[in-house]
Write a protein that binds this ligand. Sequence first.
Ligand SMILES: [Cu+2]
Length: 195
Amino acid sequence: MKKRYVSAFLTGVLVLGGCMNENRSSLEVQMYNASGDAIGTATLGEQSDGVGVKVSVTGLKPGLHGIHIHEFAKCEGPDFKTAGNHFNPDGKLHGLMNPEGAHVGDLPNIEADGSGLAEAELVVQGATMKDGKKSLLRDEGTSIIIHENQDDGVSQPGGNAGERIACGVISMKEKNGENPPSDPTETGDQKEKES
Ligand SMILES: [Cu+2]
């Protein structure tokens, strides 16, 4: 990476041995619906107990919606299956109310008001944006998905939350504006494994 910022330098000082941690303390993720329309943002911020996620999206059906971190940094509509399963580096079961849970990527439901606006502040408990097994930016990154229905907090594998209705890519490449979502023309080590 060529860009260096003062803030990145200061962050780097605090992270011992982090050669890849440059400028990894916050990230604004663009959220897209199944039609590819931008519907809002999820703003990530490194904090002591995990990664804070400030969600602000519009156009949702009023009511509760499941929202999770998924394992791949790939949002291909309309079904967003390319995002894979929930981000689950600890190999646990799904559900914040499950005694054998939860996935690191499990989050409390968000609620859309009568106009379809959902605003929430969540925490991906135990996750980080720095290096490590629980890093949301490990490998090519991860993604954040909103579902059509609420997550019941216990059902396998995804809380019976229904279809994936919105998706946002969590990656440094997105941050640097090198790739719009779903762009298949990635290069080098970002090369696609499947079509
Ligand atoms: Cu999900």
